[in-house]
Design a protein around this ligand. Structure first.
Ligand code: 7RM
Length: 698
């Protein structure tokens, strides 16, 4: 009879039955001695209602305001100005988005800004435009003709600068090549290229003729190509002989050949010669890029397409089942990426912008190709790995090219922290004025390192939250006005009605964790999963009526800042307490020995789930029993006993997707069953698994 009462008021501090030493009444503890039967104790714990919201125990007090010097020149220079525009964008989205869209070139104006039949949106109804001429010709035919669009550096060190004028000629030429080969509007074209300017040229040439590109990341295998060909029904492929990665040639054409043995509907494969490695060229089907462009004009008359004309399909790995083809269309997507790029990177004519993502990811689509080019920006593009020849490569590129805006991912930042501070310290990074982060929650310690060691304490950091499905950045500081705190993506962008809801659909109170949702449509939102409207509706729009569910857990602090606490599927449930993964991981990363960590739940008879941590140490530290104990105490102190790790494993590397996100699903399976049988096709490096298993036995 007594036990449930004790559990109810005491369970937060109990990790084992033998730790029951009394019960709490008010603020006093009444000690007692009682034989506790572990089985009935466990049963009582299980009966406990699970806490409805995701709890939060870490607080962050460090706050950084943009320097006056930065604010005074910024487009949005005060929080009051942000709030005013934000209010307009929410109250009168038509007014706000029409004004943004008008900065682009429309061949026919729209009749209606938005037609919304949830969950299907049409933006800029009846408007017509050409996405490629907006990104290229309109600059090439004005004062930006000789402005650099792309400053390219290959991994071996080769360099090229491509002006807007040259880019126009190349895109036009390749558009002619595609048309000559029978590619028509709405045909799907698969692009499987290294990170070279021709990848952007191929995408823009598709856009120019209204063909739908489907870019497959160059690190994916032949099987992934087959899946994407089958789902999209593409009949044309654009690839290269190879690409450079860590001093080796990635055999792109060979992978395409293997894929085309299984999928036979491809009529045409155009191959760019990048590495000069030997490749097989199938007669009539395969031709060289240089031969193709030599035979056509560099002039091409662009047609206008409907604002809702499909622009591209980009596949994201669903956690189960076949990849989802996220479909984006033209007018809304371009408006969204154009506007977010302009305000969030506060782009200026003289900036040299560099986003380190691959064009194979949404970040590469929106913030290498469409957003920056629609703004007429100059950008750096780098083909290879960050550690080729060593971890100084990025910093050398920034120094040599005077990069002023740098946009990268937490996973890269943590790899740099692991490698050591001497790499950035050896370079002059004073050209930088703004930093960005995307892809995962950035752990506060990684944020501080980025701020201090890369930004020289002077650059604002824009931590940008968004998804393949959202198309454009949704939550982010505006660098000239938003106070930033390490670990929060801060406030919603204009027109983004973001909120946090509990299971019943009510808005959570301050600091109460729940599901991150978007309550109003926005221009760059995905229009559907290609060929599967039912899956689109079910995946994103079925939790709450007419509301988009992102799949992330989050909380809002008192100032309204959004803190992403991790994917909903990864939330831990410890003795009825729901904990996001981000806080426990950030607590571990805040210890001076730790570079990176991943936290997962393992079924536990007493607590529901136990907390299991995988930790990668900095190069300067070694695993030891003492360190393990220290880390356990460290988490206990910074978060509370509830989050104290049950097990800590030192892992040389964590399992990640090819875009660098930690795959907790695999770790969860590993700690639950002792093995991994689930789908590992999205895993970047399969060797990580055997190393992890070894680390669990040591
Ligand atoms: C752009 C991109 C989307 C998922 C998203 C989050 C996570 C992305 C942040 C972030 C915390 C961020 N598209 N995510 N950015 N979490 N803070 N700034 O990554 O489709 O590949 O992934 O990535 O879980 O839902 S994506």
């Amino acid at each position: 009879m007594l036990i449930p009462v004790l559990v109810g008021c005491y369970n937060r501090f109990v990790t084992k039955p033998c730790e029951l030493r009394g019960f709490l009444h008010g603020s006093e503890i009444f000690p007692f001695t009682l034989e506790v039967n572990p089985a009935s104790f466990a049963a009582a714990i299980r009966q406990q209602p699970m806490s409805k919201s995701i709890e939060s125990h870490l607080t962050e007090d460090r706050e950084f305001l943009p320097a006056k010097e930065f604010s005074s020149k910024a487009r949005i220079s005060s929080l009051a100005q942000y709030k005013k525009l934000y209010k307009e964008s929410i109250d009168k989205p038509d007014v706000f988005w029409a004004r943004e869209a008008k900065e682009l070139q429309w061949d026919k104006p729209w009749n209606k800004v938005l037609e919304w039949k949830a969950p299907f949106a049409k933006w800029f109804v009846d408007g017509k435009l050409n996405v490629a001429t907006n990104c290229v010709d309109r600059h090439a035919e004005g004062p930006r003709k000789n402005k650099a669009a792309i400053i390219f550096e290959g991994e071996p060190g080769d360099k090229r600068v491509i002006t807007y004028g040259q880019l126009q000629r190349e895109v036009c030429q390749f558009a002619n090549v595609l048309e000559k080969n029978g590619v028509k509007a709405k045909d799907r074209v698969l692009i499987y290229m290294p990170m070279i300017p021709e990848a952007a040229v191929a995408m823009l040439a598709c856009a120019r003729i209204g063909a739908v590109h489907s870019v497959v990341f160059g690190g994916f295998s032949a099987d992934s190509i087959v899946d994407r060909l089958e789902d999209s029904g593409a009949t044309t492929i654009i690839t290269a002989d190879g690409g450079w990665r860590r001093g080796k040639v990635v055999p792109l054409k060979e992978n395409v050949d293997a894929a085309l043995e299984k999928y036979t509907a491809v009529r045409k494969c155009i191959v760019f010669k990048r590495c000069g490695n030997d490749v097989n060229m199938a007669a009539s089907r395969d031709t060289w890029w240089h031969d193709e462009v030599a035979a056509v004009s560099h002039r091409h008359k662009a047609k206008s397409f409907d604002a809702e004309h499909p622009l591209f399909i980009l596949y994201t790995s669903g956690s189960t089942g076949k990849p989802k083809g996220i479909l984006h269309t033209s007018g809304g997507y371009l408006t969204g990426t154009y506007s977010t790029f302009k305000y969030i990177f506060d782009i200026r004519e003289e900036d040299i912008y560099w986003c380190t993502a691959d064009v194979g990811w949404i970040t590469g689509h929106s913030y290498i190709v469409y957003g920056p080019l629609a703004n007429g920006a100059t950008q750096m593009m780098y083909e290879g790995a960050p550690n080729q020849p060593d971890f100084g490569r990025f910093w050398k590129i920034i120094e040599e090219n005077a990069v002023s805006i740098f946009y990268t991912a937490p996973t890269a930042i943590r790899a740099f922290i692991k490698a050591g501070d001497h790499f950035p310290a050896n370079h002059d990074l004073s050209s930088l004025r703004l930093l960005g982060s995307v892809g995962e929650p950035i752990n506060p310690e990684a944020w501080m390192w980025y701020h201090n060691k890369i930004g020289g304490k002077r650059c604002p950091i824009v931590d940008t939250w968004w998804q393949t499905e959202t198309g454009s950045i949704m939550i982010s500081p505006l660098p000239g006005c938003t106070p930033t705190k390490p670990g929060t993506a801060t406030l919603p962008f204009f027109g983004v009605d973001a909120a946090i809801l509990d299971e019943a659909g009510n808005e959570c109170k301050a600091n109460e964790g729940g599901k991150l949702v978007i309550r109003k449509p926005w221009p760059a939102m995905t229009r559907s999963i290609y060929g599967d409207k039912a899956r689109y509706s079910k995946t994103y729009w079925s939790d709450y009526k007419g509301i988009y569910t992102a799949g992330d857990g989050a909380r809002r602090d008192k100032q309204g800042n959004f803190w992403i606490v991790g994917r909903i599927d990864d939330v831990l449930n410890v003795s009825g307490h729901r904990l996001g993964t981000a806080e426990v991981e950030s607590s571990l990363v805040s210890h001076p020995a730790v570079a990176e960590s991943a936290v997962v739940g393992r079924p536990d008879e007493l607590k529901g789930q136990g907390v299991v941590c995988f930790v990668t140490l900095k190069e300067t530290h070694q695993p030891s029993e003492a360190l393990r104990k220290e880390l356990r105490e460290h988490v206990g102190k910074s978060i509370g006993a509830i989050a104290k790790p049950d097990d800590i494993y030192f892992a040389p590397a964590l399992p990640k997707t090819r875009s660098g996100k930690i795959m907790r699903r695999l770790l969860k399976e590993l700690v639950t069953t002792g093995d991994i049988s689930g789908n590992v096709t999205t895993l970047d490096d399969v060797n990580v698994i055997s190393n992890l298993k070894a680390s669990m036995n040591s």
